[in-house]
Design a protein around this ligand. Sequence first.
Ligand code: 5RP
Length: 234
Amino acid sequence: MKTEGASAKAKRRAGERATEEVEDGFVVGLGTGSTTAYAIEAIGEAVADGLKVQGIPTSFQSRQLALEVGIPLTTLDAVETVDLAIDGADQVVDDPDSSAYGALIKGGGAAHTREKLVDSAAERFVVVADPSKLADRLERSVPLEVLPDAHTVVEDRVRDLGGEPTLRDAEHKDGPVVTDNGNLVLDCEFGAIDDPAELAGRLSSVPGVVEHGLFVDLADATYVGTDDGCEVRE
Ligand code: 5RP
């Protein structure tokens, strides 16, 4: 029998606990990734039990899972309000004394453009994570979704900003990762990022960058699954 590892358990606890915020009649942004998948499955179970919600998926992957578990879907332009978004993260600043507390790096699943669109449209955005995602400072590589024609030009601009870009390759086949929007992804190493808001502004101003994976001042809370429960950071 396959056993669930500690990280998977923590992800499941975070995803399932965050789902308790979903109320009848809510429009819910459905993030992307393995942690959010637990939330989508839990929402599917609640729908089967009679909860009325509509979901807005942030990727092909989350759309497929939502359809599989029976969540009725809608789109951003068809609703007036997104009540709640639940989404994962690759890194979260967890130091309450830091001015960047709650800032995120996202885009490990190359879905950060739609994720940012939906998460920032939501009245409340909650992050679901396991403890491995928590850090005092952001220091993972920052994904940039870039127009295909622009990738070499953007690479030069990233180097000018002190970063080292790598075009993300698809696993198991030759060629780069292509996003749901038909674009490419550059993973950019900047080392420890002391001021994510400043870097976010600089990256946003580079022509050819569709969206970067720095999420600053967007998250309202983080659900962190642990060995025996779930902690909520507001
Ligand atoms: C996708 C994302 C994911 O939310 C992030 O990569 C976390 O994924 P996981 O929950 O599988 O660790 O940003 O673009």
